[in-house]
Design a protein around this ligand. Structure first.
Ligand code: MN
Length: 258
């Protein structure tokens, strides 16, 4: 029997860290469930190999919106590979000025990915929505149903109003330490329903000045989340474990940590 996970990192770029194999081994040792998101379908095979024997680390198939401009032809590969996995990410839309010129192609890639997920059902997707939250929510409403696709908004950086709307549409939120450290991020963390909260690192993109981020940090994030929401840490831990189990059950992982 496997022991329960000590923490959950629902958005980590393991393949962008200095030593992916060592990080995976550390997650196994420390019992940190980690969703190893990818940024291009060509990275899937390698990530799948690295995580094939791992109990706690699971690869997700993605095509990052920031890469959609140059990598959009890989959408066909994604549509083939998505039959192999219930875990999708990183996908989404980015409306920042530097990615505006790829907006139409981003939309096409995102909609085709969501449509494939919807067709297959039982898919969990980790979604990027920087400066594009209303459009992301529109795409989800138009091309998916909560019965077939479970969306996790990763590092959500829009308003409390939109966060509440997203929750009403069935979205979960994966929260990292940088969000908790910003006023607007902390407001979102306090506003969303307790049963929709997950933790993430977005490593390596949440590095502090003096350290590299790593999945183990989610254990600390739980304490900060508990503080931000004014609940005891052990209660927060239990809530997060329940949420993680529900999300993973949606993807077909039945009680993998028992
Ligand atoms: Mn990311």
């Amino acid at each position: 029997m496997s022991a329960p996970a000590r923490g959950f990192d629902f958005h980590c770029h393991i393949d962008l860290l200095p030593d992916p194999v060592a990080t995976i081994a550390a997650c196994e040792r420390d019992r940190i469930f980690t969703l190893a998101v990818t940024t291009t379908p060509k990275a899937w095979a390698q990530n799948r190999r690295w995580t094939a024997d791992s109990r706690y680390v699971h690869a997700a198939l993605g095509l990052h919106p920031e890469l959609a401009g140059e990598r959009h032809t890989e959408i066909e590969l994604l549509e083939q590979l998505v039959t192999e996995t219930a875990l999708i990410g990183e996908i989404g839309l980015d409306g920042s000025p530097q990615h505006r010129n790829s907006w139409q192609v981003q939309r096409e890639v995102f909609i085709r990915t969501l449509s494939a997920a919807q067709r297959l059902g039982g898919r969990v997707a980790s979604i990027h929505s920087r400066r594009a939250a209303p459009e992301v929510l529109d795409c989800l409403a138009e091309h998916t149903t909560p019965q077939r696709v479970l969306p996790i908004l990763h590092w959500f950086s829009d308003t409390v109003t939109l966060a509440r709307q997203a929750a009403a549409q069935g979205c979960y939120f994966s929260i990292n330490q940088r969000m908790l450290g910003s006023r607007s991020g902390a407001a979102v963390v306090r506003a969303v329903p307790a049963d929709r909260i997950l933790t993430e690192t977005d490593a390596p993109f949440t590095d502090g000045a003096d350290r590299e981020s790593e999945p183990q940090e989610v254990v600390t994030t739980v304490k900060q989340l508990a503080e931000a929401r004014g609940v005891p840490a052990d209660e927060m831990t239990a809530i997060l474990a329940g949420n993680a189990e529900r999300v993973l059950a949606f993807a077909g992982f039945t009680s993998i940590f028992r």
